[in-house]
Design a protein around this ligand. Structure first.
Ligand SMILES: Cc1cc2nc3c(=O)[nH]c(=O)nc-3n(C[C@H](O)[C@H](O)[C@H](O)COP(=O)(O)OP(=O)(O)OC[C@H]3O[C@@H](n4cnc5c(N)ncnc54)[C@H](O)[C@@H]3O)c2cc1C
Length: 428
């Protein structure tokens, strides 16, 4: 391989001798960019990082593999979204980690801090967030993934005869034989209709531009949402002295996981795959996901704070918000208004297909198949096109309700690696 022919002004990975191809997407009549890479993974979150590790483990050429992500560091959205909740333990078990071997996180814990009994929570051996993140850091370091990280956001993707051309904010075009779309959903926080987006007293906990909590001197805070993140943020705010009103439009629902573990194996997935009708698959996913549920341990902690009157819980929808001199007033579907200094939305992410206009255009230009819900129709190697694989939410109609989770990243890794191996076996 003669060097990496990628035009990416803000990266450190280009080899000095590499010729610089012209930037911009190939236009009719112009020469397409040279094929630079075997694999370009778009999105450096939980899914993108795990898939990179899997491909490298299977012998993919690291000189011809890159991860494109706009953040300064890999796993940025995971780190900031989980940090703001203050979650101490993951909801998922230790075997759901980013390494190839499921027991890697346990081994890492044994090696690094043998004597600490609090590294895993019962039941299901759920790791602390700190342990999980240290393990991720160690994997990124040992695979030198930072050196493969191109800083940029894919803006436009188009097919050339032999490759996929990706135009990105880093200022160039990358051509890769295959791409993996691992763009996640965390760039699209869900804003309820009643909540103005530019209001100085209303923030979304998962806003990609700024994730921060209200300052301590503004002590009355409403947290909006009925899921695990809302409960954890309410607990975190209460612990630092805020008077918290948690407003949820449904009663508190308790589930250990956000879908039944039967969805991780044949128990439910056999039936899922035998369902050929994708609208029915979408319905199965919706029914299976315990959206807006909290784990039993967080429920106990929440109940305690409610009993201590540090958190009040209102089960109502919000009708509107009005400003007053020292804060805002939330009008509810029933009961009196809630008057607070600040509002934190913990309403998760929108359910629409991620990727926005970039994917709309790609779908149109490459004729990619979508189900009625707008999500990709892919084969069992998660190929949306012979050169385009998907992961995370985009793989949902094939991987089922766990597709967005760490377990889903591992399943996506299995499928993509299977595709790599099958290709390697084919005669050239
Ligand atoms: C608070 C919280 C706690 C969670 N806890 C758990 C848990 O305990 N266990 C579990 O299994 N799951 C958990 N999840 C769910 C899931 O594992 C995470 O949401 C995870 O971050 C999803 O990973 P991802 O790679 O799909 O997406 P992301 O983390 O969103 O990463 C996708 C990346 O792609 C980038 N991107 C988007 N568009 C482009 C583009 N056009 N070009 C280049 N890059 C792009 C984004 O900027 C982002 O960096 C949790 C989620 C949240 C929010």
């Amino acid at each position: 391989m003669a060097g990496i022919l990628v035009e990416m002004p803000d990266t450190q990975v280009r080899q000095p001798s590499s010729p610089r191809p012209k930037s911009g997407l190939p236009t009719p009549g112009s020469r397409p960019p040279a094929v630079d890479l075997d694999w370009l993974i778009i999105g450096g979150g939980i899914h993108g990082v795990h898939i990179a590790i899997r491909l490298l483990f299977e012998g993919a050429d690291r000189d011809r593999l890159r991860i494109l992500d706009p953040a300064d560091r890999l796993l940025d959205r995971w780190t900031s979204c989980t940090e703001i909740t203050g979650m101490e333990y993951l909801r998922s078990p230790a075997v759901h980690n980013l390494d190839v071997a499921p027991n890697s996180l346990r081994r890492f814990a044994r090696k690094s801090r043998k004597s600490d009994p609090g590294l895993f929570a019962h039941p299901y051996e759920r790791p602390t967030r700190a342990l999980f993140n240290s393990h991720c850091d160690q994997l990124i370091q040992s695979h030198q993934l930072d050196a493969l990280h191109l800083h940029g956001r894919a803006l436009q993707i188009s097919m050339t005869r032999e490759a996929v051309a990706v135009n990105h904010t880093g200022g160039g075009t990358i051509a890769s034989r295959r791409i993996v779309l691992a763009i996640g959903a965390s760039d699209q926080p869900h804003w309820p209709e009643w909540a103005p987006q530019e209001h100085p007293r209303i923030r979304h906990a998962f806003d990609p531009q700024s994730t921060s909590l209200p300052p301590r001197d503004q002590s009355r805070v409403a947290v909006i949402g009925g899921g695990l993140s809302a409960a954890q943020i309410a607990l975190r705010l209460s612990a630092i002295g805020h008077q918290v009103a948690l407003v949820s439009r449904h009663p508190i629902r308790t589930h250990q996981f956000d879908s039944d573990p039967g969805w991780l194996g044949p128990k439910y997935m056999t039936g899922f795959h035998s369902t050929r009708d994708l609208t029915q698959r979408r319905n199965l996913i919706q029914e299976a996901r315990h959206r807006g549920s909290i784990s039993p341990d967080v429920r106990v902690a929440l109940r305690r704070e409610i009993n201590r009157k540090r958190i009040t819980w209102r089960n109502a929808s919000i009708r509107s918000v009005t400003d007053h001199e020292h804060g805002v007033s939330l009008q509810l579907s029933h009961g009196g208004p809630v008057q607070v200094d600040q509002v934190v939305l913990a309403t998760g992410f929108t359910t629409q297909r991620p990727g926005g206009v970039m994917l709309d255009k790609l779908i149109e230009s490459a004729g990619l198949p979508c189900s009625a819900c707008g999500y990709p129709v892919v084969d069992n190697e998660l190929r949306w096109h012979p050169q385009i694989h998907v992961a995370g939410p985009l793989a949902e109609l094939e991987l089922g309700p766990t597709s967005r989770n760490i377990a889903g990243a591992r399943s996506a890794g299995d499928r993509i690696v299977a595709s790599l191996k099958r290709n390697a076996q084919q005669p050239t």
